[in-house]
Ligand binder design. Sequence first.
Ligand code: FES
Length: 121
Amino acid sequence: MLSGFSHENIPAPGTFLCNLEDLPDPGSKGFVFGEGMNRFDLFVVRAGSEIRAYVNVCPHMGTPLEFLPDRFLTADQKRILCATHGAQFRILDGLCVFGPCKGQSLTTLALNTESGAVVMG
Ligand code: FES
């Protein structure tokens, strides 16, 4: 069981997120399911053939990572960035390697790519 956020609106396995061609490389995209207190935020990051999904909650303060829609990466596109206090996370495993929550990790979500579509795993 994932912790630290509402589970009511976690999308079910197989839920369509986007077409692979709509995901910039490198790049990122945010998704929201539900509203209010039960809203569930996640984001997907792409680096070449590697695609990962994480819960959009920074382990430092529990806030969403991005200031601008779909902007989850550092300027050089090599790490995930929390815009609040500048924590940086590795794209492939979500480990924080710089900033106030160094050593902690984003929460990974299972993901699949099927026939050019990115779906929940
Ligand atoms: S809330 Fe993300 S670094 Fe502080």
